[in-house]
Design a protein around this ligand. Structure first.
Ligand SMILES: C[S@@+](CC[C@H](N)C(=O)[O-])C[C@H]1O[C@@H](n2cnc3c(N)ncnc32)[C@H](O)[C@@H]1O
Length: 324
């Protein structure tokens, strides 16, 4: 996209939910059975740093596999996507998008993430490698966004969604369907969506991926308690919980939880919350879909599968979706 000389090529729009909305979300989550908080709360600055460290663990192969697939297929993916504005959902460190930027040369790149400083500095680093691409970082909860903010870079071409990391698996299937429908609205009628989906595999492998030997996944979950203590006047004592990641075959998902070691009462967001011994606080789910099950879900949300690329071992797929 032609910009005037000297124009800044990276901008940040901050639409982070206000503290009162976060307190409401947490109160609602604490009233659920089992208690469950939105997964995005895991990503304050420290959580974002810990997630990057999880991606380096030998047990967590998803990032390496998906990155290699993107690098290998970048040309084919770019041809299938066609020209447009690349919009990444949950970009985080934006470590996967470079091969696509290289092959696609989009009119602009838009990175959405809840972790403002993290996504902004990720885009700064990315811009040095791709100085020709205008970049917009938007801090927001994309699952609640009614529309993308008005900005000329977002209207510079057809919107091409990019949603890697199998992050759709953090939502239960009904929420995931609603989110896919929302992405259609955010991207517009003539859009495409390239989405990474991790598949079910051996239970031991999945449980190890989300509970690595170095304890980084556990630290990531425990960081949520620090965040709640800091931001919502909580008094969680981390030692009174233990971390676990269990495959629940009936739901085709890993459930990650901090489990209360004892009966206890915790203060949070101005209320007392009683935990029984053994009671879990779900920090996140990761639902795994076969390609067929995912395409059914996408179909219910108004998308149809146009193409699919998989790694040689068949661990995960990149699906290209079009409005159905
Ligand atoms: C599992 S990480 C994946 C990061 C990266 N896309 C990848 O594939 O490695 C999820 C990312 O999405 C962001 N995120 C999670 N839920 C979000 C939400 N509801 N709205 C905006 N960002 C969210 C987190 O901050 C984090 O950077």
């Amino acid at each position: 996209m032609a910009l005037p000389p000297g124009a800044t090529r990276l901008q940040l729009i901050d639409l982070h939910p206000p503290p009162a909305d976060i307190a409401d979300l947490v109160t609602r989550g604490m009233k659920r059975t089992p208690r469950q908080l939105p997964a995005w709360l895991l990503y304050d600055a420290e959580g974002s740093r810990l997630f990057d460290a999880i991606c380096e663990q030998p047990e967590y192969s998803l990032t390496r596999t998906e990155t290699a697939l993107l690098e290998r297929q970048a040309g084919a993916l770019a041809r299938a996507l066609g020209p447009g504005v690349l919009v990444e959902f949950g970009a985080g460190s934006a470590r996967k998008v470079s091969p696509l930027l290289q092959a696609l040369r989009p009119q602009a790149y838009v990175a959405l993430d809840i972790s403002a400083e993290h996504v902004h500095s990720a885009c700064q680093a990315l811009q040095e490698r791709h100085p020709e691409v205008p970049m917009l970082a938007i801090c927001c909860d994309y699952s609640l966004l009614e529309q993308l903010p008005a900005h000329p870079w977002l209207d510079a071409g057809r919107r091409l969604g990019f949603y890697p990391g199998s992050s759709i698996g953090n939502f239960d299937p009904a929420e995931a369907e609603a989110l896919l429908r929302r992405l259609r609205l955010l991207l517009g009628e003539d859009s495409r969506l390239l989405i990474g989906i991790d598949q079910p595999k051996a239970v031991e492998r999945l449980e190890a991926a989300y509970d690595d030997r170095a304890g980084v996944s556990a630290a990531f979950a425990f960081n949520l308690l620090q965040r709640l203590n800091r931001d919502l006047a909580g008094d969680f004592v981390p030692e009174r919980f233990h971390y676990e990641a269990r495959w629940q075959s009936e739901h085709s998902r890993i459930a990650m939880a901090l489990v209360s070691r004892q009966q206890q009462t915790v203060q949070l967001a101005g209320r007392d919350w009683h935990f029984a011994a053994g009671e879990p606080l779900i920090t996140e789910y990761s639902v795994k879909y076969s390609p067929e099950a995912f395409l059914q879900l996408a179909g219910r949300a108004g998308w149809r599968g146009a193409d699919r690329w998989s790694d040689p071992a068949g661990d995960l797929s990149l699906h290209l979706l079009e409005p159905g």
